[in-house]
Write a protein of this length. Structure first.
Length: 56
């Protein structure tokens, strides 16, 4: 029974590590894309500017 519990914990730990690694890779990809846009002189924030919505 102990072996199975240890294996389950190890599997859960590995799954967590894989999710973290994937999230870090995605974050790096986004940051590199933002840096490329900034170096080209554009706006790195893909969201629309809150002040440019207009008055109605």
């Amino acid at each position: 029974m102990t072996d199975r519990t240890t294996t389950d914990k190890t599997t859960a730990r590995n799954d967590r590590s894989e999710r973290l690694a994937a999230a870090l890779r995605e974050n790096l990809r986004k940051r590199k894309a933002q840096a490329r846009v900034r170096s080209e002189g554009g706006d790195a924030d893909p969201r629309p500017d809150e002040t440019s919505k207009g008055d109605g």
